[in-house]
Design a protein around this ligand. Structure first.
Ligand SMILES: Nc1ncnc2c1ncn2[C@@H]1O[C@H](COP(=O)(O)OP(=O)(O)OP(=O)(O)O)[C@@H](O)[C@H]1O
Length: 617
């Protein structure tokens, strides 16, 4: 005999499935169960906690009706006393509602205590609003496996928990750092058994799913596809780059909105209202003005805002505290930047500043990245790419400097290697720029897309001839070995016959258009009134930008290339990725369109965003 996990009645082992399928109406044991030692008995189902109501309390044993009574939301929120086993200890008439919190609740930070208890309390997320897509799916009990993508503190964990609560599913939370593949498999087996036995679904919530290794992600494929579990993964990173495709295609991706200041202020107002009694803050300091200030500082992160509010409520009661002191104490605790959230934006701005030969901006973004704990090797690796992508043939030594910087970072590590990073960043900024090699490769790659070009026969004199048979076939026979000739010069074709005369490397870099903004900052040199007005970019005098100076072509390139070389940035708009192939000149849009492209990219459906090459992940 087993105890039915739904109704708790005793049912024969072999009839349990039939019993569950019949809504617990068949297969019930009529005879009392054989007497066994208590240790072998299936424990009775846990009773629902009894919640005090405004009705006079009764000490009568719990009946099936009252045992099922769920507390109203208000009751739960107000912390109305929970009584176990239906025994109401306090028989006095109900007192005015007072918050009673247990030790765990007390120890939890304000943000945790303020976690919304219903979807209606979630602010700023239309997804779960009255007409939200996700809300509809939850209400129809058709919750799919999903990835929730959004900034930190926007409600991903909260929504996942509410979903599970709403659809009455088992909820299991796992984390990439502590949960291995074995644990995941165990959870899947339990979920499958529970589903088979009781029909109850299991929702597995993986916070920071982007940190799961490939093998951890792989393990989800089968159970998610079979529907044995519903996966809710949360990530602050673009899932296209960080969640493997096979898993992504089995899940729906929902993007959470970044909370606007008004949403965060609402959350703070609610929190202040509900916790005034606990903290007893000085309300002349902790007022609407401060809440607005905290909301704007927390940059859409409700958790940060609530943590700041908690601190503010505590600080406000200190003697001699005024608004200015309070604000400055609070801002000292703020994190300037988080690797992750702004990781790609910051590296992108850094790269573009180097390309724009702007050392001030490059150093600013570098400092931000170092401050926020960015991996030094990640920055160094990007500079190795810049050395070829942006400086290229204009100064070949930059590649050596960048690779040496990478190796210095490897050997030294932070904080010291920040100096190597700064050295290299400034050198890259000051170096002349050329994308000829990079563009040349793009031209060649584009040629391969023309019909028949990719498979053209290699000229026979250039072919390798490792075997006698190949030699006899004439492979490599007519080849002229350059070092045997004066200055290595020989007349010989290298391209396949059909491509002879075709060029991929352009004669010079782009830079044919004049940036209309370049001439705006014109200053008179006060030291020498006779000297002509010079165009100044960031305080640095250069030749008159309207007339390219052929003598100082490198300098001209340096200024111009930053505005006119529209390297295809699409594939790395959000990711640490380089376009393997620059656009053809004809396809390129001249002008600084990078930022617009970034925005457009973010608006693209995930499936159409470009996957970065593996080496950039
Ligand atoms: N949309 C929201 N509405 C109301 N409160 C919110 C919202 N988002 C976050 N909060 C508050 O912030 C706290 C943290 O939210 P939550 O853990 O859901 O964020 P998250 O998006 O999962 O963050 P992370 O990515 O850092 O794990 C919650 O306990 C809640 O108090």
């Amino acid at each position: 005999m087993v105890s039915c996990p739904i109704c708790g009645k005793r049912v024969r082992d072999n009839l349990i499935n039939q019993h569950i399928d019949s809504d617990c109406s068949s297969g019930i044991e009529s005879d009392p169960p054989p007497s066994t030692a208590p240790i072998f008995r299936t424990p009775a189902p846990k009773r629902e906690p009894f919640f005090a109501s405004s009705q006079p309390f009764s000490t009568a044993p719990e009946t099936p009706t009252n045992s099922k009574k769920r507390p109203s939301e208000a009751e739960e929120r107000d912390g109305v006393a929970i009584k176990q086993n239906g025994i109401q200890a306090d028989t006095h008439p109900p007192q005015p509602k007072k918050i009673k919190t247990n030790a765990f609740e007390k120890a939890a930070p304000l943000a945790e205590r303020m976690r919304p208890k219903s979807l209606d309390e979630v602010c700023g997320q239309d997804l779960v609003g009255p007409n939200g897509v996700l809300r509809g799916l939850i209400e129809a009990d058709r919750v799919p496996s999903m990835i929730l993508w959004g900034h930190a503190g926007t409600g991903k964990t909260t929504i996942a928990r509410l979903v599970a609560n709403q659809v009455n599913a088992r909820f299991v939370e796992i984390n990439s750092t502590s949960s291995g593949v074995a644990e995941c498999k165990k959870i899947f087996a339990e979920a499958k058994a529970e589903l088979g036995l009781t029909g109850r679904k299991t929702i597995i919530f993986c916070d920071e799913i982007h940190r799961f290794s490939k093998s951890q992600q792989d393990v989800f494929l089968g159970p998610v596809e079979a529907g044995h579990v519903t996966l809710i993964g949360a990530t602050t990173e673009n899932p296209s780059f960080k969640v493997q495709n096979a898993l992504l295609s089995r899940c729906r991706t929902f993007t959470l909105s970044k909370l606007i200041d008004a949403d965060v202020t609402t959350i703070l107002e609610r929190a202040l209202e509900q916790s005034k009694e606990t903290y007893n803050p000085d309300t002349t300091l902790v007022n609407t003005e401060l809440l607005n200030y905290l909301a704007s500082f927390s940059d859409g992160d409700a958790r940060t805002a609530l943590n700041l509010l908690e601190l503010a409520m505590e600080l406000s009661t200190r003697p001699n505290m005024d608004l200015n002191n309070l604000k400055s104490s609070l801002t000292k605790t703020l994190v300037y930047d988080r690797a992750g959230d702004q990781h790609y934006d910051t590296i992108s701005a850094f790269h573009k500043s180097v390309r724009g030969s702007n050392p001030d901006a490059a150093l600013y973004y570098l400092a931000r990245m170092i401050q926020s704990g960015e991996d030094a090797l990640y920055i160094a690796r990007r500079m190795v790419v810049m050395a070829s992508e942006d400086i290229g043939l204009a100064d070949n030594t930059m590649l050596s400097l960048a690779t040496a910087t990478y190796s210095a970072c490897e050997k030294i590590g932070l904080p010291e290697c920040r100096i190597n990073l700064a050295h290299c960043a400034v050198a890259l900024c000051q170096a002349p720029k050329s994308t000829r090699a990079y563009r040349g490769l793009g031209n060649a790659m584009s040629a391969l897309r023309e019909p028949g070009i990719a498979g053209l026969p290699i000229p026979i004199h250039l072919r390798n001839a490792p075997t006698r048979m190949m030699k006899e076939m004439g492979y490599g026979k007519e080849y002229k070995y350059n070092p045997n000739y004066v200055d290595g010069k020989v007349k010989q074709d290298y391209l396949p016959e059909k491509l002879i005369g075709r060029t991929f490397l352009e004669d010079r870099d782009l830079g044919t258009e004049i940036d209309p903004d370049l001439g705006e900052e014109v200053v008179q040199n006060e030291d020498d009134e006779e000297e002509e007005a010079k165009t100044v970019v960031k305080g640095e005098p250069v030749a008159d930008a309207s007339v390219p100076d052929p003598v100082d072509e490198k300098h001209f390139q340096m200024q111009q290339s930053t505005k006119h070389i529209a390297v295809d940035d699409r594939s790395r708009a959000d990711g640490d990725t380089e376009s393997p192939e620059p656009k053809l000149p004809a396809e390129e849009e001249v002008g600084d369109k990078d930022d617009t492209e970034d925005e457009e990219d973010q608006a693209l459906p995930l499936s159409s965003q470009t996957e970065p090459p593996a080496e950039w992940q």
